[in-house]
Ligand binder design. Structure first.
Ligand code: AMP
Length: 339
């Protein structure tokens, strides 16, 4: 995830919740099903903003959300891309394995250009998925729990891994890289309060994981519903309603059926429906708020978690880069060299 500060519900339903599930998944014998690594993609922030003044605060804000949502630093190293130089090194090598026309066809990029009204693109932004491929493959990731917008990036990662393995073979390990699979959730594209685009900080249509119940309620009042349901007793269409899409995630199944029926028949008005929705979101967020307070009160603890995660990640990344150089025969003795 890019450190853009406090996380919103889209990050939670699309990725974070899934991360924690993967982290905690056990095999039948009680051993962990996956080893998990969670990356703070601070270089990726530069693709859309050169302003780095708040990057540390944003990093810590995001990390606190991760920890509050159940990321366990004992199990999963957490680390910043910029603090492990191998990310930049592998990105450079990978940038030789993909054409610029392939990157220009990336639908996520096209969506970003449209949503953010961008009239030009920096070179590094085009290479966003190439850096992401380095982020994933340095740790030999084979499962990548992400939101829907990231699926094309995982596909590019697979292509890069394949191309590398086809060209270079390590004398001992053979193929250096796995071809990773994306793992998405049912809520891999949570729509924003405006009902127009996905929930996103840059579009200002978010509910934050750290929003107190009053704040959630206040924001929910402005959420866009079925525009044809003008008066309380008008029948509504849950399938096109933003608030109902939140109910589907945050409301218990037995209550959900009643809400759907009430909306369709017109017996449930949008005001009451939004109130129920806010309450259900806030009750899911309550334990996160509680844990958040603990980490906010202990900034040294959060900092140490990061430093320790970076030490562990650096070791893995260094080992992979050694394999990459060996497979590519980079830095090896040549006939004309006396070294
Ligand atoms: P980013 O902030 O773009 O680095 O996104 C971090 C992760 O959150 C990625 O896996 C995204 O796919 C996911 N994500 C961000 N916004 C949403 C959203 N509105 N709905 C679902 N997933 C999202």
């Amino acid at each position: 995830m890019r450190p853009t500060g406090k996380l919103h519900l889209g990050h939670y339903t699309g990725a974070l919740e899934n991360w924690v599930a993967q982290q905690n998944l056990l095999n039948e014998d009680g051993s962990r099903a996956y080893e998990t690594c969670f990356l703070i993609a601070d270089y990726h922030n530069l693709t859309t903003s050169l302003d780095t003044g708040d990057i540390y605060t944003h990093t810590i804000d995001m990390l606190v959300d991760w920890l509050a949502a159940g990321v366990d630093p004992e199990k999963s190293p957490v680390f910043r891309q910029s603090q492990i130089k191998e990310h930049a090194e592998l990105f450079l090598i990978f940038s030789m394995l993909i054409t610029s026309s392939r990157l220009e066809r990336n639908p996520t990029l096209k969506e970003q250009v449209r949503d953010l009204n961008m009239d030009s693109l920096v070179y590094g932004h085009l290479g966003y998925p190439v850096l992401q491929a380095a982020d994933i493959l340095l740790y030999k990731g084979n499962v990548v729990p992400v939101g829907e917008d990231q699926i094309p990036h995982v596909e590019i990662t697979r292509e890069i891994a394949r191309k590398f393995n086809n060209h270079y073979t390590h004398p001992v390990v053979g193929d250096v890289f796995p071809e990773p699979e994306p793992k998405i959730t049912k809520f891999s594209r949570l729509v924003g309060l405006d009902g127009k685009a996905k929930m996103s900080k840059s579009l200002g249509n978010t509910i934050y994981l750290s929003d107190a119940p009053e704040e959630v309620m206040k924001k929910m009042r402005n959420a866009v519903t079925d525009t044809q349901k003008v008066r309380k007793n008008d029948p509504g269409r849950p399938e096109i309603c933003t608030v109902f899409s939140y109910h589907e995630k945050f409301t218990a199944p037995h209550q959900l059926a009643g809400i759907e029926e009430g909306c369709r028949s017109g017996s449930l008005g949008c005001v009451d429906c939004k109130k129920l929705c806010s309450e259900n979101i806030s009750s899911e967020l309550a334990p996160l708020l509680e844990k958040r307070r603990h980490y906010e009160a202990n900034p040294d603890l959060v900092r140490n978690i990061l430093i320790e995660g970076e030490t562990r990640a650096r070791e893995i990344a260094n080992h992979t880069m050694q394999e990459v150089r060996e497979a590519m025969k980079l830095g090896q003795k040549t006939i004309s060299s006396n070294l």
